[in-house]
Design a protein around this ligand. Structure first.
Ligand code: OOB
Length: 537
């Protein structure tokens, strides 16, 4: 396995192989197989671009050869920051074919995240689109090139300006050795609880298992038409079952440039989309907009909702509003994914977040001391299994707290387990804000706030929000004249923090409530704020 990653113990790995979970297939080989089996079927649609499986395979090979000619080698890391366009899949599969390792970042990330990830992974290349959603990624690329010296190539989908156009990176027929299926295929990003985003190494074996099993649980076939509405780089639309699951089943991926109904609804009608996945606030928006839309959404069979808790009351309205079934998905980029399943009594779909993919997913629900709780009692979820990582990349210190000595991942989620095995997510013990599915690590934002000269101390907490579920509130103890919220926001933007991490509210206080041992009591802070702030909408 790539250095600085934590492999599964050999006996455990042998068990996952013997059980048939890990099949020794790689992503590169998968595309070769699909191109043979499904050659002329359309794999991906993006705007006016339509590519068959054969075309996707050919373009990935050509690009892989071009990348090799630029000096990109197997196991090199490549930061990929692409919106939902065909080039996302072409680049990803080119890297797989070459054996280079994509580090998937979200279109919303900015220099703070990208420079850190490029440095931390010692990435040799950075792949972006020229522009997306009003943002020019070439500007960001200049900063990344200057601040992350390992990055030798910036590749741009579209107008490359001084960089290299992705379209020019093709070369003819190199033959690539297949990667080791037990090695790292890609990096996902952790929602995080720490000062810097953590990198999640996923192997071909483990990720393909989760994808194959997800495709099966979700009943995907070559007739499945999946709308990638959320950014495809995120673990949910990528693999649960997401774009990879749909390709695995020989279906069709339709790339939506944005998840808003104005972009998504016309695509559902035009392409006959059968399945898509959304975070709760978008599901609410779609349900609202569907009431008056002139678009025909009747092809949609299943709406998956995940990434944050979907309120039971909203879940109950999905069928009427959108004319399709609801499937709840509770997962994490670190591994474990749970689904409600077709054929289960409706109450599970409406009130639970599903049950794990694998019979070999181990679940423990524990109290703050780590002792297992009686069935049905809420506690922190710990998990271990055939597609849950054993450690973050180059993060020994954090790994020592994020995993138990016997390899369980501490999810930081508070869940209740029903006798049926379904989990109900009840809350969280981790220091993170779940802003409608977008995860904000409090410590990361606090560290940035503390660099402002007018900030003596800062705490970032969630405040309830009717639409997003939670919004971020930065509570600041000033040094001298209190900075204005606008000052602080501008400061965080200047430091290159992703827009979704910029606090929605700023509150100035004289001091923080403290716990018995003198630490900031975030629980007390949240309570005081909730009492003080009326819901924002
Ligand atoms: C997904 O992945 P991440 O890595 O962005 O975030 C994971 C965290 C979970 O630990 C939990 O706190 C929260 O997001 N979460 C949910 C949830 N789904 C995720 N909380 C309540 N209800 C749900 N349904 O968000 C993700 C990855 C794969 C599939 C689906 C979601």
């Amino acid at each position: 396995m790539l250095p600085h990653c934590t492999p599964w113990p050999a006996d455990v790995a042998a068990r996952h192989r013997a059980a048939g979970h890990w099949r020794g297939e790689t992503f590169g080989a998968l595309l070769t197989r699909l191109a043979a089996e499904q050659a002329d079927r359309v794999a991906v649609v993006s705007g006016s671009v339509r590519r068959t499986y054969r075309e996707l395979d050919e373009r990935a090979s050509g690009l892989a050869a071009g990348l090799a000619a630029l000096g990109v080698r197997p196991r090199d890391r490549v930061v990929v920051q692409l919106p939902n366009i065909a080039a996302f899949l072409e680049t990803t599969f080119a890297l797989f074919r070459l054996g280079a390792i994509p580090v998937f970042t979200l279109p919303a990330h900015r220099s703070s995240e990208i420079v850190h990830l490029a440095r931390h992974s010692e990435a040799v290349a950075y792949v972006v689109a020229d522009q997306h959603d009003g943002f020019d990624y070439r500007t960001l690329a200049r900063q990344v090139r200057d601040e992350a010296p390992s990055v030798r190539h910036v590749l741009v989908a579209g107008d490359a300006q001084e960089f290299t156009a992705l379209a020019d990176v093709h070369a003819d027929g190199a033959d690539f050795a297949d990667s080791d299926p037990s090695d790292v295929a890609l990096f996902q990003l952790s929602g995080g609880t720490t000062g810097t985003p953590k990198m999640i190494p996923r192997t071909h074996d483990d990720y393909l298992y989760s994808i194959r099993a997800s495709a099966e649980i979700c009943g995907l076939t070559p007739d499945t038409v999946y709308l990638a509405a959320l950014p495809a780089a995120h673990n949910f639309p990528m693999s649960s079952p997401g774009v990879f699951g749909v390709l695995h089943a020989g279906g069709r991926v339709v790339m939506a440039p944005r998840p808003a109904p104005s972009a998504a609804f016309p695509l559902i009608e035009a392409e006959g989309v059968t399945l898509t996945g959304l975070v709760p606030p978008l599901a609410l928006l779609w349900m609202e907009t569907a009431r008056t839309t002139r678009h025909d959404l009747s092809s949609l069979r299943v709406l998956q909702v995940g990434g944050a808790r979907f309120a039971d009351a909203a879940a109950a309205r999905v069928r009427d509003a959108l004319g399709c079934d609801l499937q709840q998905v509770y997962g994490m980029a670190e591994g474990l994914v749970c689904y409600t399943r077709a054929g289960e009594p409706e109450v599970f779909h409406l009130t639970t977040q599903g049950r794990p993919i694998s019979p070999d997913d181990e679940i423990r629900v524990v109290d703050p001391d780590g002792s297992e709780l009686p069935p049905g009692e809420p506690g922190e979820l710990l998990t271990r299994g055939p597609y849950t990582i054993r450690g973050y990349y180059r993060a020994d210190e954090h790994n020592a707290v994020a995993f138990t000595p016997d390899g369980f991942y501490r999810t930081g989620d508070v869940v209740r387990r029903l006798p049926s095995g379904h989990l109900v997510v009840e809350g969280r013990v981790k220091d993170q804000i779940n802003r409608g599915g977008e995860k904000v690590a409090a410590e990361e934002v606090e560290n940035h706030l503390l660099t402002h000269p007018g900030v003596r101390d800062a705490a970032v907490v969630a405040v309830p929000d009717r639409f997003l579920g939670e919004r971020t509130c930065a509570v600041v103890v000033p040094r001298g004249d209190p900075p204005t919220p606008a000052d602080l926001r501008a400061h965080l933007r200047d430091r290159g923090l992703a827009p979704y991490k910029i606090p929605d509210r700023v509150e100035i206080v004289d001091e923080f409530p403290v716990t018995g041992v003198g630490k900031i009591s975030k629980r007390e802070l949240r309570r005081a704020l909730a009492a003080r702030l009326a819901p924002t909408r």
